[in-house]
Write a protein that binds this ligand. Structure first.
Ligand SMILES: Nc1nc2c(c(=O)[nH]1)N=C([C@H](O)[C@H](O)COP(=O)(O)OP(=O)(O)OP(=O)(O)O)CN2
Ligand SMILES: [Zn+2]
Length: 120
């Protein structure tokens, strides 16, 4: 038996993208609203009854949100590619030290139905 605990945050960010299709519009700076789901898994600590206190969980997410919200993603240090895939990797790398039970990061653009999940 194993528990999963998930927290969500959102951020607004701009980017440009080099693509083989829709080249001109993708190269213009444009913005998206992103929703990220972050999941930790394991067994609750017997003393606290928690995998991780949601207060600590939210504080860790606030730190990575600060690095992404209202940013030009092309300029974010450590974000290798300003794609959904790159954002999953960036968020996972940023959170792993604070969240040792991290198992999954999903980043979605709900307006267009795009969603990417990184399983760790
Ligand atoms: N595998 C991926 N493919 C694409 C990504 C991505 O993150 N991973 N991102 C994009 C672009 O961000 C692009 O702006 C979205 O393009 P598209 O899906 O073509 O959507 P539209 O431009 O038609 O509409 P929006 O309202 O701008 O979402 C492309 N591919
Ligand atoms: Zn885009």
């Amino acid at each position: 038996m194993k528990y999963e605990l998930t927290q969500e945050f959102y951020f607004e960010a701009a980017h440009t993208l080099h693509r083989e299709i829709e080249t001109d519009s993708s190269l213009r700076i444009h913005g998206h609203t992103y929703h990220a789901d972050v999941t930790v898994a394991g067994m609750p600590d017997p003393a606290s009854g928690m995998l991780i206190d949601l207060g600590h969980f939210r504080a860790a997410l606030a730190g990575v949100r600060e690095q992404l919200d209202h940013r030009l993603l092309d300029e974010v240090a450590g974000l290798k590619m300003p794609t959904l895939e790159g954002l999953c990797a960036f968020i996972a790398t940023a959170l792993q030290p604070a969240l040792p039970g991290l198992v999954r990061v999903t980043v979605a653009r709900r307006a267009s139905g795009d969603r990417c999940t990184l399983h760790l």
